[in-house]
Design a protein around this ligand. Sequence first.
Ligand SMILES: CC(C)(COP(=O)(O)OP(=O)(O)OC[C@H]1O[C@@H](n2cnc3c(N)ncnc32)[C@H](O)[C@@H]1OP(=O)(O)O)[C@@H](O)C(=O)NCCC(=O)NCCS
Length: 168
Amino acid sequence: MTSTSVLIEPATPAVLDEVLAIEQACFSAPWTRKMLAAELSGNQFANFLIAKCYDPLSGSFAVAGYFCFWVVFEEVRLMNLAVLEPFRRQGVATKLVCTALQTGVERGASRAMLEVRESNLEAQTLYRRLGFRQTAKRSRYYNHPEEDAVLMEMTPLQVSEVCRQPGV
Ligand SMILES: CC(C)(COP(=O)(O)OP(=O)(O)OC[C@H]1O[C@@H](n2cnc3c(N)ncnc32)[C@H](O)[C@@H]1OP(=O)(O)O)[C@@H](O)C(=O)NCCC(=O)NCCS
């Protein structure tokens, strides 16, 4: 897949069903429809992006991933990021996070933060590649299954060099 076959767009309530399906496919403790709807239209701090990828089977673009992040004053908080399995390892999540970092910089934020399951080494690698560093751990932060959270932070906030590479 080339970069031109990934489109990053703001999510609208019209894609709620597709986002819910991605959420349920990707997480052991998924957000509910109500939680997603609240982030989509009931939270002044929330930003919601979708990634549409060209699907050769249908010959059209399908929603392949989504990303919810908050910009709260000086801080960008990465909330939920997921990409459907067939579309992974093609830079979709990187493109979504880069768009969020750019938004944060444009709005004057000075740092970015996230929590990730300790066992989720794939996501930690993704974030580290974009400039995040581990700062702490939170004991038994997650349920289903119970697990510690790794806290990662980028201070000062900047758009990583990775985001400027061709294809991102
Ligand atoms: C984590 C996730 C969002 C990554 O999405 P993606 O579109 O495949 O990520 P990218 O293609 O942008 O990957 C960028 C880099 O992250 C790292 N990475 C991503 N997935 C990886 C994996 N399975 N194994 C090792 N490294 C991985 C690699 O460094 C990769 O670069 P490379 O492909 O050039 O080696 C996706 O696997 C997913 O949805 N997982 C389930 C939900 C989840 O864990 N969300 C994050 C919660 S914090």
